[in-house]
Design a protein around this ligand. Structure first.
Ligand SMILES: C[S@@+](CC[C@H](N)C(=O)[O-])C[C@H]1O[C@@H](n2cnc3c(N)ncnc32)[C@H](O)[C@@H]1O
Length: 236
């Protein structure tokens, strides 16, 4: 679904083409979202920047962002493994948000905050050099040429990602679609603040040690497609 009338901060329009809600959002999940999401939700400022530290009830040693977290399995696992870091997750699909909120409740996590909107809007309001890492895992590939402009990894978003990362921070991109992998690589290499970390083929063919497989990754593997992991570091 696209929301062409809504505008976000600055000149960027909200761009969400996938579903916001599936047929399967059960009443109990809906109730959990109604009760718990307000305390976890990121509200975008009407003007100015959004300091990630202001979102959490205790001091954090750094911040990470995951864009399009789907069912949230990767994000929840990272947040459990690194309780000293604050995690921002963006996902407009409410069924996925419901899964993550249930996991946050079950694990008692206090270091995750969620935006249920277009990640572009958050990127625009983040301060410079505020994130240690950004993950964009198996984003929608939009295979048709005329839809390439919908890809979340693009020449407008990647500079914003590089700007928001601390020097020495990491942009981690993953996909199972060869054409999108090439596109991601071209796009990131065109950004002068980013350097590709790969030195050998296994650096992009093998998942990073702390990676947790996602639902879309599992689907790709079942269907015989291999995943590519592209990691970029921000120059000092
Ligand atoms: C193919 S799924 C991958 C989900 C998950 N990362 C995984 O690997 O299982 C892409 C996700 O990106 C989300 N998405 C689409 N447009 C988005 C946007 N503008 N901002 C943030 N997330 C978006 C979709 O709702 C969807 O859940």
């Amino acid at each position: 679904m696209t929301d062409p009338d809504a505008t976000g901060p600055g000149p960027v329009r909200r761009q969400i083409w996938g579903r916001r809600q599936g047929p399967g959002l059960k009443p109990a999940r809906r109730q959990l979202l109604d009760e718990r999401l307000p305390a976890l939700r990121i509200t975008l400022p009407e003007q100015g920047r959004l300091d990630p530290a202001s979102l959490f009830s205790r001091p954090m040693q750094g911040f990470r962002l995951e864009i399009g977290f789907g069912g949230g399995e990767h994000l929840a696992a990272q947040a459990k493994a690194r309780p000293e870091l604050g995690f921002l997750g963006v996902e407009p699909f409410l069924d996925g948000v419901g899964k993550l909120v249930a996991e946050i409740e079950a694990a008692g996590l206090d270091n995750v905050r969620i935006l249920t909107d277009d990640a572009r809007l958050l990127l625009l309001v983040l301060p410079d050099r505020c994130l240690q890492r950004i993950d964009v895992l198996f984003p929608d590939p939009w295979p048709k040429l005329r839809h390439h402009k919908r890809r979340i990894v693009n020449r407008q978003t990647v500079p914003e990602m590089a700007r928001a990362l601390v020097p020495g921070g990491e942009l981690r991109l993953a996909t199972d679609i060869t054409d999108y992998a090439r596109w991601m690589l071209d796009t990131a290499l065109a950004e002068p603040r980013l350097a590709w970390m790969a030195e050998r083929a296994d650096d992009w063919r093998v998942a990073p040690a702390d990676h947790v497989p996602t639902r879309y990754q599992a689907k790709a593997e079942r269907e015989g497609r291999k995943s590519v992991f592209l990691r970029f570091v921000t120059r000092q």
